[in-house]
Write a protein that binds this ligand. Structure first.
Ligand SMILES: [Zn+2]
Length: 415
């Protein structure tokens, strides 16, 4: 008999887990809080109900597993933590879908171990670091990060210990047994909804570059300084902001996948109505599927901003890279398995990039990994209005189930 996803049972799990929320601020279950531990206790009980062994690794990742230790593992899951005042589906849908896949496979012999995971602290939490658990699985949670402090002065290491982890032996969380990793997640954007497509097969998780650009002019009297003698830092800054948008549109239209750029921070000094702006500091963020296109964009932007500064007698702008992560490609073989599984069930799919970061970006460094997106109503996310449909989430779980069965039926190549 073909294993089946029970859409109603899956939906009931999402609603039950979402209901474990801070009552004053639905839907909130932030990492390391008592509410978060309550959600995990609920999840651990569901793991036991599903016949899975409950495990907690050194980094505080919670999982339900079947199959011997050391066996090549099919890892599926997402995260149960939320942002403050977030939604009922971000992360939760992926954990519930993974649990439902494990239930559908209960009693069926598999050639791989199967593990449903709730990655610890995907959202930034009070420590300002995202993807804590998946980072550790990839061996990228270092001592400096473990020493990050929250508002009450406690460290991330202490918080990990508080949820049952073992931060002194964080390296034990590192994984080398993963045969494949899958994550279902809500899209958090409007692409699927506007295309009328049920599932997104994620091609890549974008790389993100954040650069600071600083223009220095002269803060002179706004009444007495004639226009031709001004060195107004705001003017080349404004031209650069317009160029960020125009250039990004050009790159997005060029057809090499997802490309977005945003000027989200602008600080003007002295920021007074009667003073010519002496200094403008801005932060431009660029997200794209290939590192080369991010690089190319930044080089062109630097040239444009230099020209703008020169035209307005403002000092050559200072460029500084604040952070940079590389794009991560999803595994082509797993993407094909997901696409085929969806097709067999008559579910429409499209390839798309993830413009947001996810745990899978870290897991992809240690194993073949892929993601399935389900539509978000009006693209809303990280808000109480967040919504995805029961049938779409079930279709995503079906695609993962089909992909896992097809993969598991292949001869195992031991590495
Ligand atoms: Zn998420």
């Amino acid at each position: 008999m073909r294993p089946e996803i029970d859409a109603d049972r899956l939906w009931a799990d999402i609603m039950a887990l979402a209901a474990i929320t801070d009552p004053d601020q639905p839907w909130t279950r932030r990492s390391f809080t008592p509410r978060f531990r309550e959600g995990r206790a609920w999840l651990a009980a569901r793991f036991i109900d599903a016949g899975l062994d409950v495990r907690l690794d050194a980094a505080g990742n919670l999982s339900g597993r079947r199959g011997p230790a050391g066996a090549r593992t099919v890892l599926i899951g997402s995260h149960t933590d939320t942002v403050p005042g977030g939604g009922r589906f971000d992360g939760i849908a992926g954990v519930a879908a993974a649990l439902e896949v494990a239930r559908a496979l209960a009693g069926r012999p598999l050639n791989h171990a199967l593990e449903v995971v709730d990655y610890l602290a995907e959202e930034p939490s009070v420590f300002g670091l995202s993807c804590v658990g998946s980072r550790a699985m990839a061996g990228k949670l270092d001592d400096a990060m473990l020493a990050f402090t929250g508002p009450d002065g406690g460290t991330l290491a202490q918080a990990i210990r508080g949820v049952g982890g073992d931060p002194e032996h964080i390296a034990a969380a590192r994984r080398s047994d993963i045969a494949l990793a899958l994550e279902l997640h809500i899209e958090q954007g409007r692409v699927l909804e506007s295309a009328g497509v049920t599932l997104g097969i994620v091609s890549a998780i974008v790389g993100i570059a954040r650069v600071e650009i600083r223009f220095e002019g002269a803060a002179d009297h706004a009444g007495t300084t004639p226009m031709d003698l001004r060195r107004d830092a705001m003017v080349p800054a404004a031209e650069t902001i317009a160029a960020v948008s125009a250039l990004a549109q050009e790159y997005a239209m060029a057809g090499h996948g997802h490309f977005v750029a945003t000027t989200g921070v602008v600080e003007v000094t002295p920021n007074a109505a009667n003073v010519v702006p002496g200094m403008v500091r801005m932060i431009v963020e660029v997200r794209a599927e290939t590192a080369a296109r991010i690089e190319d964009f930044l080089i062109r932007l630097a040239a444009l901003s230099r020209d703008a500064a020169a035209r307005h007698r403002v000092t050559r702008p200072v460029f500084r890279t604040l952070s940079r992560t590389d794009p991560v490609a999803c595994d082509a073989d797993l993407r094909a398995l997901l696409r085929d599984a969806a097709l067999l069930r008559g579910t429409s799919t499209m390839d798309m990039a993830s413009g947001a970061g996810h745990d899978t970006a870290f897991i992809a460094a240690i194993a073949p990994a892929a993601m399935v997106f389900v539509p978000s109503k009006d693209g809303r996310s990280h808000a109480p209005e967040e919504w995805s449909d029961r049938a779409d989430i079930a279709a995503g779980a079906e695609a993962m189930l089909g992909a896992i069965l097809a993969f598991d039926a292949r001869p195992i190549h031991r590495k």
